[in-house]
Design a protein around this ligand. Structure first.
Ligand SMILES: C[S@@+](CC[C@H](N)C(=O)[O-])C[C@H]1O[C@@H](n2cnc3c(N)ncnc32)[C@H](O)[C@@H]1O
Length: 224
């Protein structure tokens, strides 16, 4: 069983660069800026969940404006880093758990808004299960961002720039693999995200293309 990439020394040894926008090519820096502004508008004064919180990259931006911010991740290394970023914010809680199991970890419709950004959805085993679980714990919207299909060359350059070795690539479907850790990173078209949402019983309410490389979608989390 390979070690989870996000828990591995490989990730530590490249200084977590894939989650640090300082190291990104220009268009990815622009994506991060545009996305952070959008997220801020949505979570101001709200109780928010970040599904796949990573190193807590967004905590310094979001904790000061959210009512409550909860981050969940299944990688200890990520939680350790995000806990450091959360120091001093009394409204932040970090939880270890699997995104396929959210409804067992949080009360029904506990969060106003949920985030599943920077292609976390493109890493999970089953996107439909993760979206369904997010809907169970979210009242209003689920904010998702994924690699946009059609930006393969920019994406290759991004992996190279941040030092992330993806040793397998399915160019036709735009899926990259790190065979050692089992990391898989997919890209999507809007139609594919709409179909996944539909399979989870959900509807895409709005979308945007950010910096030509990332697809941002807002999924309505209807009351059940
Ligand atoms: C691409 S990173 C994004 C991190 C963060 N959202 C950001 O924007 O900087 C994906 C994160 O999701 C976590 N993750 C992936 N699959 C998961 C799962 N099934 N359950 C919990 N966490 C998961 C990984 O450990 C990693 O920290």
């Amino acid at each position: 069983m390979p070690t989870n990439f996000y828990d591995s020394d490989d990730f530590k040894n490249i200084d977590f660069k894939p989650l640090n926008p300082l190291y990104y090519p220009t268009e990815y820096q622009r994506y991060i800026k545009e996305e952070t502004d959008l997220i801020k508008q949505h979570i101001n004064g709200k109780t928010a969940l970040e599904a796949g919180v990573g190193i807590g990259r967004l905590i310094p931006d979001l904790a000061p404006i959210a009512k409550e911010f909860v981050g969940i991740d299944n990688a200890d290394l990520m939680l350790q880093n995000s806990k450091e970023r959360a120091e001093g914010f009394s409204n932040v809680r970090l939880v270890k758990g699997d995104l396929e199991n959210l409804s067992h970890l949080f009360p029904s419709k506990y969060f106003d808004v949920s985030l599943c950004v920077w292609n976390t959805l493109g890493n999970v085993k089953d996107e439909v299960v993760v979206l369904s679980e997010l809907a169970k714990v979210t009242k209003e919207r689920i904010l998702v961002s994924v690699h946009l299909k059609g930006a393969l060359e920019q994406r290759k350059n991004w992996y190279k720039t941040v030092g992330l070795s993806m040793d397998g690539v399915d160019e036709k479907n735009e899926i990259f693999y790190n065979t050692k850790s089992g990391l898989r990173s997919k890209a999507y078209s809007l139609e594919e995200i709409e179909a996944i949402s539909k399979n989870a019983g959900l509807v895409v309410a709005d979308h945007k293309i950010l910096a030509g490389v990332v697809l941002w979608v807002e999924i309505e989390s209807l009351p059940k």
